[in-house]
Design a protein around this ligand. Structure first.
Ligand code: GLN
Length: 197
């Protein structure tokens, strides 16, 4: 499998590299659009979505990422999920629009805003050595998925609210699976790549 790219303009990209190392998956940091060539999938990490946007717009990343996503899987976590969304609130800001959801930035109340929560994961996430164990989600000033189009599948929920969703070859989580040793979410993404879907 060609390496997985990790967008490395801002945010916690190194932690995704470590998560992929734990799975034995090859990866490469992506610092400019031309470096998207030859990758099997792309991770948009967490960080600060407004800062991401500034870089992505200044260096004309939108079209290359959209083109990439038309044939290969893309996975956004937290700020990465905000970038993928069709609509962003609090405040409203530009986004790639690759995932038909509306997100509200920093959408949790104070108590949940930065915390570790056990989420309810769908059976298809129960893969690898952690299958069946509770899935812990690290939330850091996380967005809330307010609405999702009917073609968006919910793979994990917190208090009934979607925290990990998939639409075709786009996967997005409002939490940070790269910050725990549980490999299920990255393993699931690598499975999307391996399946060629
Ligand atoms: N609150 C951040 C934003 O709106 C996202 C936080 C994160 O990625 N951990 O961009």
């Amino acid at each position: 499998m060609a390496p997985v790219g990790i967008l490395a303009v801002q945010g916690d990209f190194q932690a995704h590299g470590k998560a992929l190392d734990r799975l034995g998956t090859a990866w490469r940091l992506v610092k400019k659009p031309s470096e998207l060539n030859g990758l099997s999938g792309l991770i948009l990490p967490g960080g600060e979505s407004t800062t991401f946007l500034k870089f992505l717009q200044e260096e004309a990343w939108f079209e290359p990422i959209r083109r990439f996503a038309s044939s290969r899987p893309v996975f956004g976590t937290c700020a990465g999920a905000i970038l993928l969304a069709e609509k962003v609130e609090n405040p409203s800001q530009d986004s790639l629009g690759l995932l038909h959801v509306t997100v509200r930035r920093n959408g949790y109340g104070r108590q949940l805003s930065s915390s570790v929560q056990t989420v309810e994961a769908e059976p298809e996430l129960q893969i690898g050595p952690e299958a069946g164990a509770p899935l812990e989600a690290v939330l850091i000033r996380a967005p809330v998925i307010l609405r999702a189009a009917s073609q968006v599948r919910v793979l994990a929920r917190l208090h009934g609210q979607a925290v990990l969703v998939r639409e075709g070859t786009v996967l997005a989580g409002t939490f940070h699976p790269e910050l725990t040793s549980d490999g299920r979410v990255h393993r699931y993404f690598c499975g999307m790549i391996a399946d060629g879907n």
